[in-house]
Ligand binder design. Structure first.
Ligand code: NAD
Ligand code: G6P
Ligand code: MN
Length: 441
């Protein structure tokens, strides 16, 4: 095992960086880092995060680790071993537009679902292709572990442009959901072996095997959810957005009790209800700006003012641990099971091979080795096929600069009832995204 790793966090100014760094520091015996680099295009966010991470290293007595904070890609990626990627092209200001523009037309306005997710996709692809390009140039053997959203669309673009990249795309939603369910109903998630299939933020559990109870606990969880609403997980406490999200799980399994859905399916099954529940003038982006984002700025300011006692308050649940566990499994070649976003290649046998799906896989030194699953039913297959086609059309629009393909993608999105509404939103988003989207004509 290599014992002098260099790692880079791309989007180092992200509010999630401290969580990932904490997880890395907790795993130092199995993941020995000597140099940590933060790469971001925003110097102000880089400066703030440098203060915070430096303070974290002091608090954990890890000042032996070299910390490099840079806006220079060559300095960031040369000879790096692992890249953790979590960029947000356009920042929270553009997330706010993604959410608010569709809501004006009574359509779902969300970070990764519906037309907000598609707008984010057209912004994000360029940024992530740039990062993968830098890694190919400066450290072609490095692993890229990616959290950057919207993940299905990102993964489809990477699959086309860099099919051989050492890149693994993962999402923390399945573990967050499992953690919430387990703690609500008295299970221990660490005993669970979940089987899940779908697209990112768009899938279903078919089985949750509990190794301690020695049975599939999914049917009883669905029964429980049908009887009682869930509360929020500890790390989301006080967060009414997530509280509502988890409570709506009960409504979903009352309608469709044969499989446990990902909470994000709420946006596709109940778009009208989700729009009704939104405040069109104060969306999730605003909550995050006033919460996580403001707290991060405040922490940096406090350190700048010389206050260093007890200021690092972070609780990101399993987010950091999950991606670091994958890095540890690769480096130590200790294959473990994770949920990954990856080209289907037959995993779901009755879905096109070149769809990007989210399925269980073992990950070790050889990368992703996904499971072969059972064929899926027509309800789920029909939904997924429409969503896959819409995402592929969107990625076509990006690479071909095609307005027509973008309009087809927007129209096919299952949160959209008419081509007219799709076109109105697309045209307004084109203007709002003029600094970020490729030209569409
Ligand atoms: P954030 O805005 O706080 O941080 C993102 C950082 O990326 C910013 O500092 C920004 O300056 C930087 N950035 C933007 N474009 C860049 C580029 N081209 N190159 C380098 N850096 C760039 O956002 P956040 O809330 O911390 O989220 C970060 C990302 O992680 C988002 O894409 C978000 O959707 C994603 N996320 C994914 C999951 C998951 O489970 N998949 C979970 C949480 C967050
Ligand atoms: C979950 C999802 C991510 C998404 C995040 C949004 O973690 O898996 O893909 O980005 O939630 O959280 P936020 O607090 O930014 O709304
Ligand atoms: Mn996610």
């Amino acid at each position: 095992m290599k014992d002098n790793l260099i790692i880079t966090i791309a989007g180092g100014g992200s509010t999630y960086t401290p969580g990932i760094v904490s997880a890395l520091l907790s795993n130092s015996s199995k993941f020995p880092i000597t140099e940590m680099r933060l790469y971001d295009i925003n110097p102000k966010r880089n400066k703030d995060m440098k203060l915070i991470i430096n303070q974290l290293l002091i608090d954990k007595d890890r000042q032996d680790m070299k910390l490099v904070v840079t806006e220079n890609p060559e300095e960031a990626f040369t000879n790096v071993d692992f890249v953790f990627s979590q960029i947000r092209v356009g920042g929270l200001a553009m997330r706010e537009q993604d959410e608010k523009i569709p809501l004006k037309y009574d359509l779902v306005g969300q970070e990764t679902c519906g037309l907000g997710g598609f707008a984010y996709g057209l912004r994000s692809i360029g940024g992530i292709l740039e990062i993968v390009g830098y890694v190919q140039q400066y450290a072609p053997d490095a692993w890229i572990l990616n959290y950057t959203n919207p993940e299905s669309i990102i993964s489809e673009a990477i699959r086309r442009k860099y099919p051989d990249a050492n890149m693994i795309n993962v999402c923390d939603m399945t573990i967050s959901l499992e953690e919430t369910i387990a703690s609500n109903f008295g299970y221990d998630r660490k005993n669970w072996i979940p089987t899940y299939y779908g697209l990112n933020h768009y899938g279903w559990y078919s089985k949750i095997y509990d190794t301690s109870l020695k049975r599939d606990v999914m049917p009883e969880i669905i029964d429980k959810l049908r009887q009682v609403n869930m509360d929020v997980a500890e790390f989301n406490e006080g967060d009414r957005y997530w509280a509502k999200t988890y409570q709506l799980m009960s409504a979903m399994v009352k309608y469709f009790p044969e499989a446990l859905p990902n909470n994000y399916l709420e946006y596709y099954w109940f778009p009208d209800l989700m729009v009704e529940n939104e405040d069109k003038y104060f969306t999730r982006a605003n909550m995050v700006m006033e919460g996580r984002e403001a707290n991060t700025r405040k922490m940096a300011e406090q350190i700048r003012n010389g206050e260093t006692e007890d200021i690092l308050h972070f609780n990101f649940g399993e987010h950091g641990n999950y991606i670091v566990d994958i890095a540890v499994a690769i480096l130590n070649d200790e294959p473990k099971r994770f949920m990954v976003i990856t080209p289907n290649k037959g995993s779901i046998p009755n879905l096109r091979e070149d769809a990007v799906v989210e399925v269980p896989a073992y990950i070790g030194a050889t990368g992703v080795e996904q499971l072969a699953l059972h064929p899926i039913n027509d309800f789920h297959k029909g939904m997924m096929e429409a969503q896959v086609a819409a995402e592929k059309l969107l990625v076509d629009a990006f690479f071909e600069n095609s307005y027509d393909k973008a309009l087809q993608a927007f129209t096919l999105n299952q949160t959209v009832p008419s081509a007219r509404a799709a076109k109105q939103v697309l045209d307004e988003m084109l203007i709002a995204n003029k600094d970020y989207w490729p030209e569409l004509h």
